[in-house]
Design a protein. Structure first.
Length: 80
């Protein structure tokens, strides 16, 4: 069985963030508030319009209750 919190191979980083956000039951606005980011930034990350800097990935990890190192790996900032 595949862990729902795992990033799929064919999933973009934005799609992955959206999936976790929905699994947590968060709206984009709620995630923006929890991560100290703007609603527009969340939208643009999920749509793949921007790729977040590492500090944003860490904010997202904390807001989504994910391990920050794991999310940094998924975002390509550190190697596995």
């Amino acid at each position: 069985m595949i862990n729902q919190l795992s990033k799929l191979e064919n999933e973009t980083f934005g799609e992955y963030i959206k999936k976790i956000r929905l699994l947590r039951g968060y709206s984009q606005r709620k995630l923006a508030t929890l991560s100290s980011l703007s609603n527009g930034t969340i939208y643009r990350i999920e749509k793949g319009e921007i790729y977040p800097e590492s500090y944003i990935v860490i904010n997202l990890a904390e807001a989504l209750k994910l391990d920050k190192d794991t999310l940094l790996v998924e975002a390509g900032y550190i190697n596995k």
